[in-house]
Design a protein around this ligand. Sequence first.
Ligand code: FAD
Ligand code: NDP
Length: 449
Amino acid sequence: MADTYDLIVLGAGSGGLAASFRAARHGARVAMLDPGALGGTCVNVGCVPKKSLWFAAQIAHAMQLAGPYGFDGGTGVLDWERFRQRRLAYIDGIKQRYEERLAAAGVQWLREAGRFVAPDTIATESGAELRAPRIVIATGARPQSPPLPGFELGLLSDDMFTLRELPRRMAIVGGGYIAVEFAGLLRALGSEVTLHVRERLLRTFDAEMVSCLEEHMRTQGITLATGARIAGARREGDAIVLEDDACGAQGPYDAVLWALGRVPNTGRLDLDAAGVQRDDKGHVLTDAWQNTNVPGIAALGDVTGRLALTPVAVAAARRLADRWFGGMNEAKLDYDDVPSVVFAEPPLAAVGLTEAQARERFGDEAVRVYRSRFTPMQWALAGLHGQSVMKLVCVGVDERIAGVHVLGPGADEMLQGFAVAVKMGACKRDLEATVAIHPSSAEELVLMS
Ligand code: FAD
Ligand code: NDP
């Protein structure tokens, strides 16, 4: 006979954990399944190890300023393995705390994969059956692996966190978040980096901001190879060479990172046994309430193909659990104006519409753009000339702030508060009515005219 619960959660990543904790807090009996490590992508092979490396890269950048500021001594080289151990210990701590919290919340964690055998029944790999009137699919996504010849010679983002040393000559194929972030941090830590991009970097970001980021990347010595048509990879001695249909052989490189986007983890779920619909890429189709087409089955996070960000998965999960078990009948996530940061060097932060999106949606007449370009003080002091760039996209007669875009040191921490203002419907005059904090970079956002 099947064990019965109020809720079964498939996946213990950002979304699955959040759904389990919130539902348990409302008193639901929860079973959560995951054959992998607690915390899923974000904790193990995503945000957390990536941000750790980005912090190390920030220290490398700060050390470049040390000499010009008047500090004695060299610039220092990262002991890659020592740092890897420190990072792993930090991540182990996060997982340990999750495990303790799950036990305290009474969530039953089964360390195996689940698959549907009926709309209300999940079979485990070990042959058990679990039944619940409500099931959440939060099985995430994995790196895309197109069938290119020699693909196996390269690395996926997951592999970047198992490297035992920094690759000297690094090729990155792709132009999204992962490609840009790894390009910046590997370069800062000492790799020679070439980015092979088929058209443009960071397609969803404001084009003007991206072109300013490209200037920074070139200044740092990152080679941007745009118009690339990478058709495969081959070995040449100890090195790897990329075959580019547009530009011929590229390289040689010591390592190649394929950063070509991600595909949903739905293959092993046997969704047809429950009748759950997917799109042509395999993402589980959901409505505004995270509901699938099957009553009682919801999906959230990367598996749905909507904004693939940890806080989005967490917020969607909490709202869903509040609705299902907390009596909050209207709870659902609003996917508009979600802020996000590319942890590039320097970071690029954005919330709301790009200039092009605003012009398309509201017409040229209704859009007014404010910009500021300046050399941040910490760079100017060292005699550097790189520039921070800020951009406000305003619409309508009251100049409602439809988009805020920031590129420069501190952008990652700066944007959260401005995202609150955008969500509240702030107008340009509200920023002007706010007294600046001086000296800071953030003050530019309230001083633009
Ligand atoms: P996941 O975290 O992927 O969790 C899914 C879980 O489901 C996995 O643990 C998997 O083992 C499990 N699973 C799969 N199949 C089954 C099954 N059949 N049964 C049971 N369990 C199953 N986002 C940010 O907001 N900020 C960042 O800085 C950031 N950096 C990133 C850096 C990298 C390199 C990557 C790859 C991603 C990054 N992201 C970042 C994105 C973020 O990690 C994801 O959006 C987030 O982890 C999605 O959470 P999720 O719960 O949907 O899926
Ligand atoms: P993205 O969707 O950001 O980018 C994928 C890139 O791969 C694009 O540049 C795309 O080009 C390119 N691409 C896809 N297929 C091919 C191909 N066949 N040949 C050449 N190029 C190709 O994916 P990522 O894997 O970088 O990241 C996945 C998601 O994870 C992100 O979208 C983001 O939501 C999340 N993430 C968030 C981070 C953060 O918040 N800081 C950090 C890392 C990931 P094109 O644009 O031309 O289609």
